[in-house]
Write a protein that binds this ligand. Structure first.
Ligand code: FMN
Length: 183
């Protein structure tokens, strides 16, 4: 796929199914992620790949988080429990804060966000699809602890990955002049 076509035509997909990328394909995806801009090469990004029975473990973690919320409605608990099954693979985006005199926390998170976009573009180039979701399960201390993350590690989001079911959504035509000014 042409590099520009890949960027211009990427869309998020809500309904995802098998097939998922192979181990070799995922190695390329992670290489792409690690080519994101990274001030001082701090390497603050890492990824937890979840598939097969990992989805059951994540479902338990989401459910157990739900149970910590007083008076949570049964439907909401059910929604949390089912959330991981919206795709056959999930990549959890983790940022590990590293103390550095010139690189504040926000820059470190921006680098992980750039890594996420590289992942999405690499997947799109291989004809897979994904969507970045956050919701209650991102930036969530209980979920982070249950995934054995440390205090200085944070979940920035979840990339739900697979093959899109149905047609790609239409890409909106945006007026470039509404977004760009010149000095
Ligand atoms: C940081 C971040 C968090 C997001 N969280 C959610 C989310 O929790 N649920 C959701 O439906 N979309 C979420 N989105 C939006 C989708 O990932 C997607 O970008 C949006 O639906 C627009 O589709 P497009 O990427 O095809 O333009 C999030 C996007 C970003 C960048």
């Amino acid at each position: 796929m042409d590099a520009l076509d890949n960027i211009l035509n990427r869309v998020s997909a809500r309904t995802l199914s098998n097939p998922i990328p192979s181990k070799d394909e995922m190695e390329t995806v992670y290489k792409a992620a690690l080519r994101a801009p990274d001030h001082a090469w701090l390497r603050t990004s890492s990824f937890i790949e979840v598939k097969e029975d990992g989805l059951d473990k994540l479902s338990d973690i989401f459910f157990n988080f739900g149970k910590t919320i007083p008076n949570i409605a049964d439907e909401v608990l059910e929604k949390y429990k089912n959330a991981p099954y919206r795709a056959p693979m999930i990549i959890i985006l983790v940022n590990t804060f590293k103390e550095h005199p010139k690189v504040p926390p926000i820059e470190q998170k921006l680098s992980t966000a750039a890594a996420a976009q590289n992942i999405m573009l690499a997947l799109n180039a291989m004809n897979y699809a994904c969507i970045w979701r956050t919701g209650k399960m991102a930036f969530n201390k209980v979920v982070q602890e249950n995934l054995n993350l440390k205090d200085h590690q944070e979940i920035l989001g979840y990339l739900y990955v697979g093959t899109e079911v149905g047609n790609k959504k239409k890409i909106p035509n945006l007026e470039i002049d509404d977004f760009v000014s010149y000095l």
